[in-house]
Every structure is written in C-alpha cells, then in structure tokens.
Design a protein around this ligand. Structure first.
Ligand code: NOJ
Length: 606
C-alpha cells in the first residue's frame, strides 16, 4: 500500500445484511446464506465494497442471533459452514470484503460455557460469567443491585443450583461474560475471533464493544425513574475502567496477526473524548466506531429510552449529531463512520425525512445525497437503497417479533391497565423507532411475499404493506428510482473521494429548520476566506503563500428537509468563485434558483 493510500476500510462502502430478513433461498420463510450469495452481483452493481453480515452463528434466537450458543457453528435455518465458506469465496472473487458480527460481551445461556458455569460455584468455568450473591431481605433473595436490563426488568437472574444471580445487560438468556478473567478473554480471542479470521473474513463489527468492563463494586444506580424498581445504570457499565487495556490486549495477542483488518465497534452513549480514545490510530484499539447520536435522536436514552416516549427531533439536532462524527477527524489521527440505519433502528426516511407517498422517493434520494457526501466509512442497511420505510401505526403487537419491542409494549400495557389509548401510544412509538421496522423482509419484487421467499411460504415476520410499490425489481427498471440514485451517488463519492470520503466538514446553517447545508474540503486545506479551516491570527485570516497560490476545490452540499421551496445559501466567502452543479437528487435540468421540496444538491466550487 502506498504510504498515503487510505486503508480499504476507510474508502469502502459497507452494506449490512441481517440474514433472517434478507433473502430466502429454500422457501422456509427465513432468509439464509445461499440467499445472500444469490444477490452478490446486485450488491456489486450497487457499488458497495464491504458486506457486514449480522450474526449467522448458532443461536436460540432470543435476541435474533445476538445470543450465540456456538461461535463455530451456523444457525441451521441460515445454512451450513460450507455455505459460509462459499460466501467468503464468492465475496472475494468479486472484490468484496466480508466482515462478521463479533458478539462477545455475552453469550447465549445455551452456550456450553454458561451451561457449565451455572452448575456450581466450584466448576472450572464457575467464574466465566458475572455471579453475585443475593441481597436477603426478610428471608427472601433479591438481586444484588437495582440495575435495569437494557431490554427491561432486572439485569440479574436467579439460578437455583448456585443460589446466586448472574448479570445480563440484555435479556436473561444473554448472560454477560466475565472479561476480568484472563482465561475467558483468551478463549474468546481463540474461539470467536481467530477461528473466523483464519477462515478468511476481513474483520468484524464489534457488538456493544464498550460494555465489557463493569464497575466491579456493582453499586446501586441513581434513581432516575422514581416509579420503577430497576434503574438505568449505563454509567456503571459503559466505557468502564479496563476497556482500553482489553481492546489493546485483543489487538496485540490476537488481531495483529491478521494485517489490515476492519474492527468497527458499536459504541453507544459516548462523548467525543471517549470516542477519540477508542479510535485514535495511535492507540491501536478500534478502526472506527458506530456513534449513536444520530440514531438516538427522538429517544430518551438516559432514562432507558422508553419507546412510547419517542418524539420528532428538530433538524439542528440532526445536524449536530452528524457534525460530531465529522469533527472527529479534524486535526486528529482518528477515523469515523456515517450511517442512518441498522437492524436496531426505524427506517431513515420515516425518522429523518418523510415517507408520505408524494415525497417518499424524493426524501430517500435527498438522504442518500446527504450521507454519501459525509466523511467516514459509509454504512448502508439492507433495503435502505430502495427507500424501505416504517410499518404502519395500525399494526398490532402480534405483528412484531423483537423482544425489546414486545417488552416495551407489555410494560406500557401492564403499567396503564391495558388502556387502549396508552396501548396505541406504545404502538406509535414502536412504529417510529421499533427494531422490527428494519427487520421486515427485504422487498425484492411485487410478487407475493415481496419476492423475499416463495409465494406459498410463510415469512417469519409480516411483510411491509407497500411492497408492491417499493421493491428492487421495479426500481431496477427505472432511472429516477432511489436505487438508481444510490448507485449514482456511490460513483460520485468514489470520484470525489478526497472531498466526500476523506474531507473536512464545515457546517453552514446549523440553526436553519428546513435546510442542512455544509461544505466539504480536502482534509487540512485552508480556505480563501473566514471558514473555520482557515489559519486565523488576531481575528484575521492568514493566507499562507501556499493558499494564495492554490485554492483547493470544495463542494457545497445543500439539502431541503421540508416540502417548502427554499433558497440555496452559499457562504459569503465563496462569492466570486465558480459554482458547478454536480448533482441534484431530483434532476439537474429542473434545478433552478431554489431548492425544491426534499431536494438535495451538490455544487463543486472552484
Ligand atoms: C447490539 C445489537 O445491535 C443488538 O441487536 C443486540 O440486541 C444487542 N447489541 C445485544 O447484543
């Protein structure tokens, strides 16, 4: 690699596949690995470079694969180890990279390690999970502290055999591993990490990578929800004291053998300094992280993110959340990511734009333009390329499958005595941010079951009502479709890589409620005016000899997040420079003086 060539995982675009809902090859109603293989040419043609496959490991599926019972076996409905080897091969033949999900904060309670651990306090794996004695109150056992599990209820579960509780930050079938024990860490490196790197994969998306290290005094959490028994305890288990030590150890003992792999960590709830501490290249911990500020918008994370208390954010909040990821690389050796969707979120056009029929496609294209112009490794989620959107508020809880959503709904139902108005409110929250929105089958065609599975098969989860209008086959036949626009934008992103993928970001209109306008310039370049990239002295812009000689081209990206027309607003410092319209998300011919409803544009300013 030439000294200045950025790593493949910086410039590549990554497409996330959540296997159960992606493509079913054998008509059992569940997506599978052969189904993934059958679409690789489609993905290559779309212009992606990396595939992230969500968990395909053997699992009882209590949390749809994030509860792994065997790191070295495949969940049978998804296929076989031969299918996985074939997938790795077929990706590489096409020049695509493949990364897997690395879920090592916890295992399934069916994993052989836990099965052994729970049997007694003295077995060889007795300390492989986090066991604590109960609090005894009036002769009865109670959890050792008041921590609330992320999916609701106590974070502790009682086991008769040991007369102890074990910790589970997610559902009770996902016991947390005891990372404090070196033996456990070594077993994870060998069984979950090296096994797959040896089979040829190119890296991992690291699940909840900032939760391994807990406050080992396990104090009660502060009461944030006075009406509730269990309290959000993030501060006691997020970004704990030994995180850096273990991430560095993992690199040294395990990953360093495998060259330039991608380790992208899921890292919710972290401020800029914390994020930087994980992704600074000098620290050699993670390649980059998925920062959740954008996808957490409209939810109240600090109090446990109750789904029925979801609200519609304001556009400036959206801009600030994205700016956090953009500013991360400014004057640092860090790297970042850009994404609006994954398997845990509502669909982006519903959350951040609109899915009303009149503007749905315009909004999908505008969001595509907006995020393909941002710096960092770009992540797209299955179906985002065709503008799949959230399910209706009219769906009922029986249509949903996600444990987090079901727990959230049942909690409201119970708390308010099955009051229909409260229940409807809970459903509205789930229709906005519930995880099932992203888990509905990919809409491949207008055939019954959206072409996801056979016509007579029964998909494991309900298909979106609008699949006849929103599907891949229809969009492949149309030049003005969201799919065609995504393809175009991924080409533009490649062509203007120095600006779009690697460049510095400058916010232009933070407080505007309708538009989001920003400038991208070559990393570290000075501007010809008062932009914040310019060298300033005593309040005046200092023009170096170099900057006087050559002003680097910049792009101005402007997006209309409303159905009103809006003016195009260039920073004053760009006056007198040449502006060329590179792309309009609607059409270049019709792009007059004003932005049309839900239109996005990119201008090249030279
Ligand atoms: C984050 C994953 O993205 C989510 O789907 C899962 O439920 C939790 N981690 C627990 O593994």
């Amino acid at each position: 690699m030439a000294e200045n060539t950025p790593s493949w995982w910086k410039t590549g675009t990554c497409y996330q596949i959540w296997p159960a809902s992606y493509k079913d090859s054998n008509n059992d109603g569940v997506g599978d690995i052969p189904g993934v293989i059958s679409t690789l040419d489609y993905l290559k043609d779309l212009g992606v470079d990396i595939i992230w496959l969500s968990p395909m490991y053997d699992s009882p599926q209590k949390d749809y694969g994030y509860d792994i019972s065997d790191y070295q076996a495949i969940y049978p409905p998804f296929g076989t180890m031969n299918d996985m080897d074939e997938l790795i091969k077929q990706c590489h033949t096409r020049g695509l990279r493949l990364i897997l999900d690395l879920v090592i904060n916890h295992t399934s309670d069916q994993h052989k390690w836990f099965q052994e651990s729970k049997q007694s306090r003295t077995n060889p794996k007795a300390d492989w999970y986090i066991w604590k004695d109960p609090k005894i109150i009036n002769g009865e056992h109670h959890p050792p502290n008041n921590w609330r599990a992320i999916f609701g209820g106590s974070a502790w579960e009682w086991v008769e055999e040991r007369q102890q509780y074990y910790l589970h930050l997610f559902v009770k079938e996902q016991p947390d591993l005891n990372w404090e024990l070196e033996q456990v860490r070594r077993a994870i490196y060998k069984e979950a990490i090296e096994y797959w790197l040896d089979r040829g994969i190119d890296g991992f998306r690291v699940d909840t990578c900032n939760l391994y290290s807990k406050d080992t005094t396990f104090p009660d959490a502060t009461i944030l929800l006075p009406d509730e028994q269990y309290q959000p305890a993030f501060k006691h288990f997020e970004n704990g004291p030994r995180m850096h030590e273990w991430l560095q150890e993992k690199r040294k003992l395990s990953l360093s053998k495998y060259g330039d792999i991608l380790m992208v960590g899921e890292c919710p709830g972290s401020d800029r300094e914390t994020v930087l501490s994980y992704v600074s290249a000098a620290r050699n911990e993670l390649s980059c992280i998925l920062d959740f500020d954008v996808v957490d918008l409209g939810t109240n994370r600090a109090t446990g993110g109750k789904k029925h208390q979801t609200y519609r954010h304001q556009l400036p909040e959206f801009k600030l959340a994205l700016a956090k990821t953009q500013d991360l690389i400014r004057t640092t050796d860090a790297w970042g990511t850009v994404f609006l969707e994954n398997h845990d979120q509502g669909r982006s056009i519903s959350r951040f734009a609109t899915h009303v029929p009149q503007y749905r496609e315009a909004a999908a294209k505008m969001l595509a333009l907006c995020i393909t112009a941002l710096t960092g490794t770009l992540f797209i989620y299955q179906g985002q390329e065709i503008g799949m959107y959230n399910h209706s508020e009219e769906w009922t809880i029986t249509d949903l499958r996600d444990i987090d959503s079901i727990n959230a709904y049942r909690d409201v139902e119970q708390r308010y005595n099955n009051d229909p108005v409260w229940n409807a409110k809970a459903m509205r929250g789930l229709a906005a941010v519930g995880r099932d929105n992203a888990r509905l089958p990919v809409q491949w065609s207008a055939e019954p079951n959206a072409g996801f599975t056979g016509k007579n098969a029964k998909p494991w989860i309900r298909v979106h009502d609008d699949y006849e209008n929103v599907n891949v086959a229809e969009q492949l036949g149309r030049d003005d479709s969201p799919l065609a626009f995504w393809k175009r934008m991924l080409k533009v992103r490649r062509k203007y890589q120095r600006l779009m993928v690697l460049g510095d970001f400058e916010m232009h209109d933070l407080y505007e409620q309708d538009t989001f306008t920003f400038v991208k310039r070559v990393k570290g370049a000075v501007t010809d005016g008062n932009g914040d990239g310019a060298a300033m002295q005593n309040g005046h812009t200092e023009h170096t000899e170099e900057s006087k000689a050559k002003i680097e081209p910049e792009i101005l990206v402007t997006c209309n997040f409303s159905d009103r027309i809006n003016p195009v607003d260039f920073p004053a410092r760009m006056a007198g420079r040449k502006r060329e319209l590179l792309v309009s998300s609607l059409d270049e011919e019709g792009a007059g003086k004003y932005l049309r409803a839900w239109e996005g544009r990119i201008y090249l300013v030279t």
